[in-house]
Structures are given as structure tokens and as C-alpha cells.
Ligand binder design. Structure first.
Ligand SMILES: CC(C)(COP(=O)(O)OP(=O)(O)OC[C@H]1O[C@@H](n2cnc3c(N)ncnc32)[C@H](O)[C@@H]1OP(=O)(O)O)[C@@H](O)C(=O)NCCC(=O)NCCS
Length: 261
């Protein structure tokens, strides 16, 4: 591979062939037990996002070659939006919804998903949107780790109402000033070990995550030392917490008042 020269920008209808080719490449690269990670979209589906106002696409190019892409929704008030089951209390015109995130396997491991989320966040803020949503398969850690990395929190765990897939829902309140605005009081912490054979164990993982979520726990970080997803119960959840913690000690350090059972 020649020296990468990456650029990121919005896509339009002239990119449709590249968009389809990248999706096909990724579908071929996914194992049978990973196919549910993404919807297999048609050309007509993508054209809606390449021409639309409420749905758009961003891509990353290496020397002119499309190597990563993402659809994001900016729904208007009064229209049916994707994922209506999540945060129906927030007006459409305050939301940005991330979907169909694909990174060429040859370019993984460089945080390109995170890069696209950051890029879209700026556009969303310009359009006075202040809340980001995403839905991810429970057994897709590469994707939910990136979402946690970016500062999202797991606040709902459920079956997708359309296809019954076991999914987690993450959200993030977005704002220009990145300062942490409130101090949270943690009343409980739960470390959930993430097993190696995640696809086989997805039903158990889902059940446990759903239980934690129903009990008021929020998934906030991945602790690399213990290979566990960290869930906390907080009296006040900061609206813009530091996004991701390399280990749980750095998370604890940030907390001024902390006590665990
Ligand atoms: C999800 C996806 C977009 C992320 O690509 P990316 O931006 O290159 O992500 P990275 O590889 O840089 O980062 C992934 C993170 O997850 C971790 N990760 C990756 N695979 C993992 C696995 N199987 N188990 C645990 N962690 C994993 C990586 O270690 C990394 O964490 P780190 O930065 O703390 O080290 C890419 O994997 C992809 O295209 N997957 C197929 C399509 C898909 O699932 N899309 C998401 C739909 S919501």
C-alpha cells in the first residue's frame, strides 16, 4: 500500500459505485455470524442518503479511493425517523443519528469510525443538533468500543422492533464546549467481563446487559485491564463526560466523589 493520504468529506451521487463496492467488500469480509452487524443496503437505499436532506453520507478517501463511509440522519420535525423507539422524547430537529458505518478491513485499527463521528458532530452542531444516537448489535464490540471511545453511553438494551436483533442503544449529548459540566455521584459500579467467543455468548450477554440497563445502570467505558465493560449507576449523569478511559483507574481519578458498595 502506498503512503496513506487521507481526506474526509461528504459524498454525493457521483460516489454511488464506490459506496456499493465498499459495502460489498465489507459484506464479503464479514463472517456468517457477523452478517447482522449491518443492513445490506441497495443502491436505491444509498441514493436516498446521497441526494437527501434528512440523511447524508460522509466518506474517507485514501489518495482518491473510498476506504470508509457512514450514513447519518438529520431528521426534520414531523417526519418519521429511524430508530423511533429510542429517545422519542427528543425533537427530531435536535438529533443526529449514525448508521451504516463501514471501514475497509485494510484500514481498520486507526480509529476511522471515530474520525467520521467527530467530523459529523461538527456539522450537527452547526445545524443546532445537540444529541447523537446509534444502535449497535450487542456482539459487535469493534463498533460499540468506538462509540464509547467517542463519548457515547449505553442507555438502552432491547430487541430491534423491526427484525428482533439483539441491540444496544447509545447516546451522547453534544456541545462545543467540551468541559465536564457536572460531578456525578456514583452509587454503584459493575464490571461486566466480555468473553472471547462473543457471538456464541450473545444471548447471555444481551440478557445481562438488558438487566443492568433496566436496573438503571449506564454502560460508560471499556476497562482494558480486566477486559470488562464498565456500568455505573449515577445520581447525576454528566452531559459531556470525558469520552473513554484507557483503564478504569483513569475513570476513577476523574470522579471527585466515589463510593462503591
Ligand atoms: C466497526 C468498524 C467500523 C470499526 O472500524 P475502525 O474505525 O477501524 O475501528 P478500530 O479498529 O480503529 O477500533 C476498534 C476498537 O475496537 C476494538 N476491537 C476491534 N475488534 C474487537 C473485537 N472483536 N473484540 C473486542 N474489541 C475489538 C479495537 O481494539 C479498538 O479499540 P481500541 O481503539 O481501544 O484499541 C469496522 O470494524 C467495520 O467496518 N466493521 C464491519 C461493519 C460494522 O460492523 N459496522 C458497524 C455497524 S454499527
Amino acid at each position: 500500500m502506498s503512503k496513506p493520504s487521507l481526506s474526509i468529506h461528504h459524498l454525493n451521487t457521483t460516489h454511488i459505485a464506490d459506496v456499493m463496492a465498499l459495502q460489498n467488500k465489507i459484506i464479503v469480509g464479514l463472517n456468517p455470524d457477523e452478517q447482522h452487524f449491518i443492513l445490506h443496503r441497495t443502491e436505491a437505499d444509498y441514493m436516498k442518503s446521497l441526494t437527501g436532506k434528512s440523511s447524508r453520507m460522509v466518506g474517507i478517501f485514501d489518495n482518491g479511493k473510498l476506504i470508509a463511509q457512514l450514513i447519518y440522519g438529520l431528521p426534520q420535525n414531523g417526519e418519521n425517523r429511524d430508530m423511533p423507539e429510542f429517545r422519542p422524547d427528543i425533537a427530531n430537529d435536535k438529533l443526529v443519528i449514525f448508521e451504516a458505518i463501514l471501514v475497509d478491513p485494510a484500514y481498520r485499527g486507526h480509529g476511522l469510525m471515530h474520525k467520521m463521528l467527530d467530523y459529523i458532530e461538527k456539522t450537527a452542531l452547526d445545524k443546532k443538533r445537540n444529541h447523537a444516537l446509534i444502535q449497535i448489535a450487542v456482539d459487535n464490540p469493534a463498533s460499540w468500543m468506538n462509540a464509547l471511545h467517542y463519548g457515547m453511553k449505553i442507555t438502552k438494551v432491547d430487541l430491534d422492533p423491526i427484525d428482533g436483533a439483539k441491540v444496544i442503544y447509545l447516546e451522547k449529548s453534544i456541545q462545543r464546549n467540551k468541559s465536564t459540566s457536572s460531578v456525578s455521584h456514583i452509587s454503584d459500579i459493575y464490571h461486566m467481563h466480555i468473553v472471547n467467543n462473543i457471538h456464541k455468548k450473545a444471548p447471555q450477554l444481551f440478557k445481562k446487559m438488558q438487566y443492568l440497563s433496566e436496573q438503571g445502570y449506564v454502560g460508560i467505558a471499556f476497562d482494558k485491564k480486566t477486559l470488562s465493560l464498565v456500568w455505573v449507576k449515577e445520581d447525576i449523569i454528566p452531559t459531556n463526560r470525558k469520552p473513554f478511559y484507557k483503564d478504569f483507574a483513569s475513570y476513577q481519578q476523574e470522579q471527585k466523589f466515589i463510593h462503591t458498595r
